[in-house]
Design a protein around this ligand. Structure first.
Ligand SMILES: NC(=O)c1ccc[n+]([C@@H]2O[C@H](COP(=O)([O-])OP(=O)(O)OC[C@H]3O[C@@H](n4cnc5c(N)ncnc54)[C@H](O)[C@@H]3O)[C@@H](O)[C@H]2O)c1
Length: 354
């Protein structure tokens, strides 16, 4: 275990050229804006297939944006110039992955391998956003836990295996000199996250604001630990300043203090937003179709000692996050188009209240 390091923010002496793939998405956009605000030169590459901010918004603050896939960008530019690449481009979400039948693993592994090779050739460090789904297990998970490969196949399993295989590919490139870290975030939430793709908190908040039923899948007894997106980006920034982070380590990044059941999340959302919505227990396959499957883990919680050892701490409480998501959706519509089958959950004619 590396010794604890102070969480250093980037300063004028540490200006970097940073590439953020998926930088128009939920996590990528917060990452790109943070590195940009710290005075770094930032390039975003995003295929705009599930973006939550527009290229115009990022260009307005001086971020360079290429609207294309990672594969096309790398094929066109040949070599990259960067000190750090944050690779966040990926199909994502329990329902979002259903839009990529039989292609998810190829998509994830192909893009990650290409990014890893480009970083190796350029001498750039790579922060790869993997997923806590790689574990395929129920319980409180640490980086020392061996993942389980389920016997049943589904888009969700393919996503998890794509992420796990990507980690293995990068570990192979590390033997040839790649400096990288793999982050396994646990249930990231925050303003701008879209409900499309199947994410629970923006769905609950938008339903509560519109006075519509809050749709809880199954009996709501599943437990999750919710991490604020700004806390995740704090970790990415801390890792960028740490030599230890790029020694091929995997890091769980989550907030155990924000653990709760999905039913409790629905109740807290309803109470905090003073909503008249009723809570309804529904079968997710009625909303997303028969290919939707629940995660392998009914209880997916995390040990985060390895991340804490870098000096990082998650700060934002679940109630604060629920309020922040509500503030966002009180005045804005969900940016993404309805490409998943969840119009049932929030019909287009119901715009969020106020
Ligand atoms: N949101 C979570 O709770 C969570 C949890 C664990 C891991 N992750 C991982 O974090 C990363 C970001 O997730 P997010 O929640 O911000 O999702 P998102 O859908 O909001 O963002 C992903 C972005 O990547 C872009 N993209 C997809 N494929 C691309 C490609 N081939 N080339 C270029 N751009 C591409 C999309 O247009 C989108 O803007 C993903 O790798 C995801 O697997 C997310």
């Amino acid at each position: 275990m590396p010794p604890p390091q102070r969480l250093t923010m980037l300063n004028d002496d540490a200006r970097m050229r940073v590439i953020v793939t998926g930088g128009l998405g939920f996590i990528g956009s917060v990452t790109a804006l943070r590195f940009n605000a710290a005075g770094n030169s930032v390039l975003v590459v995003d295929s705009v297939e599930s973006n939550v901010v527009s290229a115009i918004d990022l260009r307005a603050v001086g971020i360079e944006v290429i609207e294309d896939s990672v594969a096309n960008y790398l094929a066109a530019c040949g070599t990259i110039e960067a000190d750090l690449v944050v690779h966040a481009a990926s199909p994502v979400g329990a329902a979002g992955v259903l839009r990529h039948p039989f292609g998810i693993a190829e998509h994830i592994v192909g893009a990650t391998a290409a990014v890893g090779k480009a970083c190796l050739a350029a001498g750039a460090r790579l922060c790869h956003i993997s997923s806590s789904e790689v574990y395929g297990l129920d319980g409180v998970l640490s980086e020392r836990t061996s993942p389980r490969v389920p016997v049943e196949h589904s888009a969700r399993v393919e996503y998890a295996l794509g992420k796990l295989t990507s980690e293995a590919v990068l570990a192979g490139l590390a033997r040839r000199g790649l400096k990288h870290s793999c982050l396994r975030p646990f249930n990231v939430v925050g303003a701008r996250q879209s409900r499309f793709g199947g994410f629970v908190l923006p769905t609950f908040v938008q339903q509560a604001l519109a006075g519509l039923p809050i749709t809880v899948f199954s009996d709501g007894g599943q437990t999750r630990a919710f991490l604020d997106v700004e806390d995740l980006v704090d970790f990415i920034v801390a890792a960028a300043s740490s030599q230890h982070a790029f020694q091929s380590a995997c890091f769980n990044v989550g907030n155990p203090a924000n653990s709760c059941s999905i039913l409790e999340l629905a109740q807290r959302t309803r109470v905090l937003l003073c909503s008249s919505s009723q809570i309804e227990f529904v079968d997710a396959t009625e909303i997303y179709g028969p290919d939707y499957v629940e995660g392998a883990s009914r209880h997916k919680l995390c040990h985060v000692e390895r991340a804490l050892a870098l000096g990082w701490r998650p700060h934002r409480s679940l109630d604060e996050i629920i309020r922040a998501v509500a503030e966002h959706y009180r005045v804005r519509r969900d940016m993404r188009n309805s490409d998943a089958r969840d119009n049932h959950a929030l019909p287009a004619r119901h715009s969020p209240a106020r």
